[in-house]
Ligand binder design. Sequence first.
Ligand code: ADP
Ligand code: MG
Length: 244
Amino acid sequence: MLRVEGITRSFSGFRALAGVGFDAERGRVTAVIGPNGAGKTTLFNVLTGHLKPDGGRILFQNNNIAGAKPHQVFRLGVARSFQLTNVFNRLTVLENVQVALLSRAGRSGSLSRGSLSECAARARELLDRVGLDGWAGQNAGRLSYGDQKLLEIGMALAGRPELLLLDEPTAGMSPEETAATAGLIRRLPGEGVTVLFTEHDMDLVFGLADKIVVLNQGLCIAQGPPDEVRAIAAVQKAYLGVEA
Ligand SMILES: Nc1ncnc2c1ncn2[C@@H]1O[C@H](COP(=O)(O)OP(=O)(O)O)[C@@H](O)[C@H]1O
Ligand SMILES: [Mg+2]
């Protein structure tokens, strides 16, 4: 589904991405891991069009999307969550998802009562998928941090993405919220959503991912099934470096 080839990106001379290449398969959960500063967030920003790469190709279903604008990438079926910047605190949880649904339909300019109620049923379905159905009528600002992040995932799913990118989805979550997020990620491929995510919690990564891509200093130093990646000395070294 996704093939990344030789992606480079520098920030005033510093090579944050130094030629990253890997594949992510349809219907699978792929994790991108690597120490702090490895380039994971920069990679996600490049994949979704929020940063232009200096070079390289990003083939999403055989379209080269390197350098495309965020809305173009989104329209092709790639969604992400934005660490709460998309959540409207003073709208209800249900209304947040309705706004996401309407904006996907290109009708956000005319939020009439009619169109809002039209998509209420679908919004409830999405809340059910992310486990927030009990919170539909509450203001989003009253949700816990972890539940707001789940709401954001629900809003991202409103766009019916084929590929969903999640950058550290469980950061700052309680153990219960982390478990709920893991359950959601595990269900997504069965619902037609391929997942690419970054995560610090290695138990979660090795428990969830079908494939692991390891970044270190802007390069992919390993990729493969969890058991293979765990055994690679360079991976152990990159992580031992962090611990030291
Ligand atoms: N906008 C930016 N300007 C300058 N340096 C940046 C910028 N974004 C990221 N970097 C640098 O690029 C490197 C990779 O960062 P990042 O992609 O956030 O890593 P990760 O998500 O793996 O922790 C870091 O050294 C970071 O300081
Ligand atoms: Mg990051």
